[in-house]
Design a protein around this ligand. Structure first.
Ligand code: PFF
Ligand code: NA
Length: 448
């Protein structure tokens, strides 16, 4: 059944900016640099680029096409395209992933938000002091909860306003700001004395740092950073018109995301190396190492503020896409008004985000093989649910629906680049097999 009242993006650029806004986020500025730092610099980048071409691009085209074809949320998409089959469960997995992912994504975004105000007051000198500051902040209760709440309230506000008046308006305003801020921070970083070493770290591969876990990290990063594997792009694709060009838009979205990841590396590593810090800090790289860097560099206070504003904006344009997945489901299938859906779902996600916060203080005893509660949420979402969702989407498109249908939908409205039958073997075999093997092996490695 055609839903004539469904909103559509107000312009071609609106969709590309919204999808790029979804893609560019903590995954680029927070996760990509620390994963690169842990897994051999350019070696990680190299493997990641291969995954983007073989897995990222075909799945980006597939998810947008599925959304435009069905004009529904992820669950509705499978119900619509494969009625009376259990395939809707893949959409269900995506909606659940939206809950889990956004709940801790917002906690980390909240740290970033609070760091804007901390940088205004100036960062203490030395890595130990920076460490203490971070530990004190995340193990507090009131502040992390407050900033998580503020971030969720803003996200709910944007989604309540609608696809065009909310999402599109906000990304059109914020994405240019994000780009300008990033360029300013990169300029500061690469002009520091000794920045060279950081640049070559990003572009000279150290394959000795590559282990089995590196591959899981690469696969997880590819899905996470491109917003694939949970139906966020299906949802955004459902608001796309038949005149829009899917193959070219996909290249633009992926290009923007990859460029932003590399530029974030260029903003962070030169500064880290120039001031003699360790690039392999892990998740603390952005919240511990960078503040220590800002404390020592000329005009560091100002650049600290700019950097954390940038990180928070990037997180917001991604968070709205995560919330939209669940909200679109509730609107489509339960017929709730948008405001009610956004507020209720946002409230539940806020609550699911509380355990990860408590895991840094009163519940710090609660740990798993993956680490504390937030690490565990992250492992489940990033290393299990997204790859699993991506592999199943690929199997659905390649076998159940048939890649012919994807190719046909994707090429509607395509002008220059067209999708050929080469996607068939990728969707049918290459993506599901490689993703599932890496996922199972990586999980095994992590558990044992
Ligand atoms: N792509 C976002 C990032 O790189 O931070 C995270 C994300 C957003 C993942 C939306 C999944 C998603 F559906
Ligand atoms: Na990203």
């Amino acid at each position: 059944m055609e839903n004539n009242s469904r909103e559509q993006w107000g312009s071609k650029l609106g969709f590309v900016l919204a999808a790029a806004g979804s893609a560019v986020g903590l995954g680029n500025v927070w996760r990509f640099p620390f994963a690169t730092g842990e897994h051999g610099g350019a070696a990680f980048l190299f493997l990641y680029l291969i995954a983007v071409v073989l897995i990222g691009y075909p799945l980006m085209v597939t998810e947008i096409s599925l959304g435009r074809k069905s004009r529904k949320n992820p669950i509705g998409t499978y119900k619509n395209l494969a009625p009376d089959t259990p395939w809707w469960l893949v959409g269900g997995l995506g909606v659940i992933t939206g809950f889990v992912l956004l709940s801790y994504y917002s906690v980390i975004a909240g740290w970033s938000l609070s760091y804007i105000f901390r940088s205004l007051g100036g960062f203490p000198e030395g890595i130990d002091a920076a460490n203490i500051m971070f530990e004190t902040h995340i193990s507090g209760l009131l502040e992390p909860i407050l900033y998580h709440l503020i971030f969720m309230v803003i996200t709910v506000g944007v989604i309540s306003a609608g696809v065009v008046k909310g999402i599109q308006k906000v990304v059109e305003m914020l994405m240019p700001v994000l780009a300008i801020l990033l360029v300013a921070v990169v300029f500061r970083s690469v002009t520091l004395e000794g920045a060279r070493e950081g640049i070559s770290f990003l572009f000279r591969p150290d394959f000795s740092a590559v282990t089995a876990k590196t591959f899981l990290s690469v696969i997880g990063q590819s899905f996470f950073t491109l917003s694939l594997g949970m139906g966020a792009i299906i949802t955004y694709g459902s608001y796309l018109s038949n005149k829009d060009d899917i193959p070219t838009s996909s290249i633009q979205i992926i290009g923007a995301d990859t460029l932003l990841a590399i530029i974030s590396g260029l903003a962070i590593f030169p500064a880290v190396f120039a001031l003699g810090f360790d690039p392999g800090e892990g998740p603390g790289l952005v919240f511990v190492t960078l503040p220590a860097v800002f404390a020592e560099m000329p005009l560091g206070g100002i650049f600290g503020v700019l950097f954390f504003i940038l990180l928070t904006i990037a997180a917001l344009t991604s968070a709205i896409s995560l919330l939209e997945v669940v909200v679109a489901y509730v609107i489509d299938e339960k017929n709730w008004p948008r405001e009610k859906a956004a507020l209720t779902v946002g409230g539940v996600i806020f609550l699911i985000g509380l355990p990860p916060i408590l895991g840094y203080s009163v519940w710090s005893e609660a740990t798993t093989f993956a680490g504390n509660i937030l690490d565990t949420y992250d492992f489940i979402a990033n290393s299990v649910m997204l790859p699993l969702g991506g592999a199943l989407t690929s199997i659905f498109a390649g076998h159940a629906l048939g890649s012919k249908n994807i190719v046909e939908e994707a090429n509607k409205g395509a002008t220059s680049v067209k999708i050929g039958n080469w996607v068939a073997p990728l969707l049918r075999y290459v993506i599901p097999i490689s993703v599932l093997v890496v996922m199972l092996f990586g999980i095994y490695q992590t558990i044992t």
